[in-house]
Design a protein around this ligand. Structure first.
Ligand code: 8YV
Length: 312
């Protein structure tokens, strides 16, 4: 029997992709041109779509996939997928929560430490052999400082656990208060005002687009640090650059950006910007577990069994 056809907008991790190729006739489409070719040249109906947390699946693409049954994303985010359009077409969607929680929370914690203790500058200081000219300047301690977490889901809670262990006080704001031993400022601006570190761990998408704007950055204040491990779309990047350059905030630690993989030069060149290339879940162990979860969801779907991690 012919293998079902899967449109692969982003390959699964190296350990898993070969297993996908054994189960599906894979049409690889990493670019718009390749997608156009795949859509016109495929003699077989495309029944599955594989992507990652930032993959864009608009209704216009779904219109070109009349036989699509399931979208499986190698990532916890699914903000690029048109959920109402999927629901209207009866298309199922899966993501990969839980398996990446610890790694992403580790990166958020690393960014807090890198920014508070100025460790990137300290590393650069030695690579420039500047130590003989004098000591590296003092940085700031974490204990007693307030970490304000926007979005207290699995990742937000894991970040809170780590920062509590480092002696920080935790505040959070999310859609609803939760039964946790942390303060709950009633709005994002109240959270920013109360925070030394404002840490973004909320979903991406239209509901959070540019949630962190000039007003929020001004409330965070001239000694404040913005940490983003959520989605670049949550922050008005132009306002962030202005706040950095005008010393309205102290510094930033960013793993996500509005237009990945392209960053504005003003951010690239700013000495108080600690920047990472969206590596929150980027370990061999975690990405392999994410890829396996994608495969298991696809296997379950085509075997008419319950999905492991359904979104819809
Ligand atoms: C990406 C992420 O999916 O989980 C998410 O939503 O943003 C990342 O883990 C990853 O970079 C690609 O798999």
């Amino acid at each position: 029997m012919a293998l079902p056809t899967a449109l692969v907008l982003a390959p699964l991790p190296p350990a898993i992709q070969p297993l996908l190729e054994q189960r599906f006739h894979c049409l690889h489409a990493p670019s718009p041109a390749a997608l156009e070719t795949a859509l016109t040249a495929s003699p077989y109906p495309i029944r599955a779509l594989v992507g990652h947390g930032s993959t864009q699946v608009p209704a216009s693409l779904l219109d070109q996939l009349p036989h699509l049954e399931i979208i499986t994303l190698c990532g916890v985010g699914y903000d690029g997928v048109d959920l109402p359009a999927c629901r209207a077409r009866g298309i199922r969607l899966t993501n990969t929560p839980d398996v990446l929680t610890d790694d992403v929370a580790d990166i958020a914690t690393a960014l807090v430490l890198l920014t508070s203790r100025r460790l990137i500058e300290a590393n650069r200081f030695l690579h420039q052999n500047a130590w003989p000219q004098g000591p590296f300047p003092l940085a700031s301690a974490l204990r007693g400082k307030t970490a304000g977490i926007l979005g207290l889901g699995r990742i937000g809670k894991a970040i809170a656990t780590r920062l509590t262990a480092l002696g920080m006080t935790i505040a959070y704001h999310s859609r609803h208060p939760q039964p946790v031993p942390h303060t709950y400022p009633p709005s994002l601006i109240d959270l920013a005002t109360a925070s030394d570190f404002l840490i973004l761990a909320c979903p991406g998408g239209p509901a959070t687009h540019h949630l962190v704007d000039a007003t929020i950055l001004s409330a965070l204040g001239p000694t404040g640090t913005l940490i983003n491990i959520a989605r670049g779309s949550v922050v008005d990047e132009a306002a962030l650059i202005h706040a950095l350059e005008s010393n309205l905030i102290h510094n930033v630690g960013l793993d996500v950006f509005e237009h990945e993989p392209h960053l504005p030069p003003a951010l690239i060149n700013h000495p108080r910007a600690v920047l990472l290339p969206h590596v929150g879940s980027a370990t061999t162990e975690t990405r392999t577990a994410m890829g396996q979860l994608c495969l298991d969801n696809l296997d379950a779907h085509f075997a008419q069994k319950p999905l492991l991690t359904p979104v819809i």
